[in-house]
Design a protein around this ligand. Structure first.
Ligand SMILES: Cc1ncc(COP(=O)(O)O)c(C=O)c1O
Length: 379
């Protein structure tokens, strides 16, 4: 396989940008002899909670487990329904299933690719217990109407912030608005570890106590005494130490992504075949991905690939059409209707993620946009 000249994502570049400090942090953990549940985890949890603007953070083994911890701590389980979107990473829905609850999948707003609050009413049933808006591609969902809906119907609001670390909704960071919020630090994320891990943040001391027990075999008051259900869903010390090096750079890296996104949008503005990412009022994206829409998407992928430019289609198959999920959705799910989720379906056919990472430079954006312009017959 030939590696693209310009990759779509580059976890290696993100490591190299602070390699010396990361190597020293790893060495510090190795020398300490403590590899789990130590000082690095405690310090990262405190620093990340402060960064988001909440009282508590619980590190976890992945973003999927972070969602699971949040749902399980809210006592969501068999017989319950959880509303989320079909246009997301499969992990969002997998976490609902891990709790044995039923996913109810609703359509997205086509401009922001996030949960359309107008669709919540039709998805509500007596079994509904929670809503998970996904802040997809770096952009917050429209949280105010979702928050109101949840309060009105006594539902838990759990934010999926896996793709939006550092983003704001109005003047608050995403993750500080719901009852709890899950983050992933998968190596391509805006805040990236060098392996799998995640975290849940919340202002609730009760949920925090519950999640700390759930992530470690149900241990609550004493080690090796399981007071309730639980399993191993911990973050490890090396990943926590790496995240402590990267967290102080997150806002700067997100600003850099925004700068590159603006450069893309300026250079692609006049191409009829391409719809650019929408700028939403009060919720500026941190561009985990720069996602365009195009009816000529598949030809464009081929053309960019031939030119050595990496692209990805994030979510070519919506969750409600995945073999594992197509039959298992709650009966009330709008995804089960005759022509389900039209905006989700058309997004899946048109979306394309162009190269985007904090270390991308303007000359690479010039190459990508010139290649696209040439393909579209523009000078
Ligand atoms: C929207 C979304 N939710 C949840 C997850 C799960 O995170 P992880 O891969 O760390 O389990 C991811 C990342 O893949 C994601 O993109």
């Amino acid at each position: 396989m030939n590696f693209p000249r310009i990759p779509q994502a580059s976890p290696g570049a993100n490591y190299r940008a602070c390699a010396g400090e990361i190597d020293a942090a790893i060495r510090r953990v190795l020398d300490s002899g403590i590899y789990l549940s130590g000082a690095e985890t405690a310090a990262f949890e405190e620093e990340f909670a402060r960064f988001i603007g909440v009282a508590h953070c619980v590190g976890s083994s992945s973003g999927t487990d972070a969602l699971w911890l949040a749902l399980a701590a809210c006592r969501i389980g068999e017989g319950d329904e959880v509303i989320t979107v079909s246009h997301t990473a499969v992990a969002t829905v997998a976490a609902i299933e891990l709790c044995r609850a039923m996913p109810v999948l609703v359509d997205i707003d086509p401009r922001s690719f996030t949960l359309d609050p107008e669709k919540l009413g039709a998805a509500l049933s007596p079994k509904t217990r929670a809503v998970i808006p996904v802040h997809l591609y770096g952009q917050s969902a429209d949280l105010e109407p979702i928050f109101k809906f949840c309060r009105q119907h006594d539902l838990r609001l759990i934010e999926d912030c896996a793709q939006a670390a550092g983003a704001f909704y109005r003047d608050q960071r995403v993750g500080s608005i719901g009852d709890a919020a899950a983050f992933s630090f998968y190596p391509t994320k805006n805040l990236a570890a060098l392996g799998d891990c995640g975290a849940v943040v919340t202002n609730s001391p009760e949920l925090t106590t519950e999640m700390r027990a759930l992530r470690e075999y149900g241990w609550r008051d004493a080690r090796r005494l399981s007071a309730g259900p639980g399993r191993n869903a911990r973050i490890d010390e090396i990943q926590a130490a790496i995240l402590r090096v990267k967290l102080p750079r997150l806002d700067e890296n997100n600003a850099r992504r925004q700068e590159m996104a603006q450069a893309y949008s300026e250079r692609l503005a006049s191409i009829d075949e391409i719809v650019l990412p929408a700028e939403m009022k009060f919720r500026r994206s941190v561009f985990h991905q720069y996602v365009i829409r195009s009816r000529i998407r598949d030809a464009l992928v081929q053309h960019l690939g031939d030119a050595g430019i990496g692209t990805t289609i994030h979510y070519p198959v919506p969750i409600h059409q995945q073999p594992a999920y197509a039959r298992g959705l709650a009966r009330s799910s709008p995804a089960n209707q005759a022509e389900p989720l039209p905006e989700t379906m058309s997004a899946a056919a048109e979306i394309l993620s162009l190269p985007m990472f904090a270390e991308l430079d303007l000359s690479q954006v010039e190459v990508v946009t010139a290649t696209i312009r040439k393909f579209a017959g523009k000078k």
